[in-house]
Design a protein around this ligand. Structure first.
Ligand SMILES: C[S@@+](CC[C@H](N)C(=O)[O-])C[C@H]1O[C@@H](n2cnc3c(N)ncnc32)[C@H](O)[C@@H]1O
Ligand SMILES: Nc1nc2[nH]cc(C(=O)O)c2c(=O)[nH]1
Ligand code: SF4
Ligand SMILES: [Mg+2]
Length: 263
């Protein structure tokens, strides 16, 4: 099992929406744990995960409900976060969320990690640009199939549908991220209906971005927060990866630990 630190993040929990109600320093931390990178080109690499709380989108399928739909966290200073990271014997750190690039101090954390020689991956929805020392920008642009329509809203009756739909793709931000960082584009796929939108987005991005995007940098990841759901989606998505010549990425952590927290 992955191991976690001993900070009690349940005491003094509060909820936040997003940008605007943050203390001057530190980050809202939902969880911090040691595990194997479960997704993408670095799958299998032992890594410390720092999960910030708060997101500007609301994917209906979000596997981190308590950072988006119902954000919870403990505020921690950068010193506290760094001390917890350094307590693990790892040289890879994954900054994720929620949407980690919402927070100003994600940049300061990444700078401190770079100073200490860590390899950093940032998991981001690709709607916010930040200038930071990021070794791998793991960008997961959100497709129309992620939108919380009234039928798919896990919480209400589609109150977030319009905003999610309006904000989920920002081509200029994506182009800047792709130009400035080593990146992977990791699409959550349910079935073949997702493919035309991926191809269209890639064509637009290749026309806009200043650096090339290889098919090798494009990953199809099966939608599923549980083993049960992945059993329904993964072989379909594997077939699509072969058909279109993109990479397939597993969700190793779901295979290993299902939907347990801190994994
Ligand atoms: C929780 S998100 C946090 C980072 C950022 N907000 C984003 O969406 O990229 C981390 C990764 O999990 C993926 N993800 C979330 N829910 C998922 C699900 N039900 N099935 C497959 N992937 C999922 C996201 O697309 C993203 O690649
Ligand atoms: N093991 C593991 N690997 C992951 N890769 C990306 C994750 C994320 O939530 O961003 C994640 C996660 O939550 N767990
Ligand atoms: S963008 Fe990421 S954190 Fe936000 S709701 Fe979607 S999957 Fe969850
Ligand atoms: Mg996850």
């Amino acid at each position: 099992m992955p191991v976690s630190d001993s900070v009690d993040r349940d005491s003094g929990r509060e909820t936040i929406g997003e940008r605007g109600d943050e203390p001057a320093e530190g980050l809202p931390i939902n969880e911090l744990f040691y595990s194997l990178q479960g997704e993408g080109t670095l799958a299998g690499v032992p890594s410390v995960f720092v999960r910030t709380s708060g997101c500007n989108l609301r994917c209906w399928f979000c596997d981190s409900y308590h950072t988006s739909w119902e954000p919870t966290h403990a505020w921690q200073s950068l010193e506290e976060i760094l001390a917890e990271i350094e307590a693990y014997d790892a040289d890879h750190v994954v900054l994720t969320g929620g949407e980690p690039l919402l927070h100003d101090d994600s940049v300061a954390l990444l700078e401190a990690l770079a100073d200490r020689g860590y390899h950093t991956t940032v998991e981001t929805n690709g709607t916010i640009y930040r200038d930071a020392p990021i070794d791998l920008a793991s960008i997961s642009p959100k497709l129309a199939s992620s939108t919380p329509t009234p039928e798919r809203d896990p919480q209400g009756e589609g109150e977030w549908e319009e905003r999610h739909e309006a904000d989920r793709i920002d081509l200029d931000v994506l182009a800047r991220l792709v130009a400035d960082y080593d990146c992977q584009l990791k699409f959550v796929v349910t079935d073949a209906d997702d493919m035309p939108e991926i191809l269209e987005l890639l064509a637009d991005l290749r026309a806009t971005a200043e650096s090339p995007i290889r098919d090798d940098d494009v990953l199809l990841m099966p939608e599923g927060a549980t083993r049960e759901r992945l059993a329904e989606t993964r072989s379909r998505v594997a077939d699509l990866a072969m058909e279109y010549g993109f990479r397939y990425t597993p969700r190793l952590h779901v295979d290993l630990w299902n939907d347990a927290p801190e994994t």
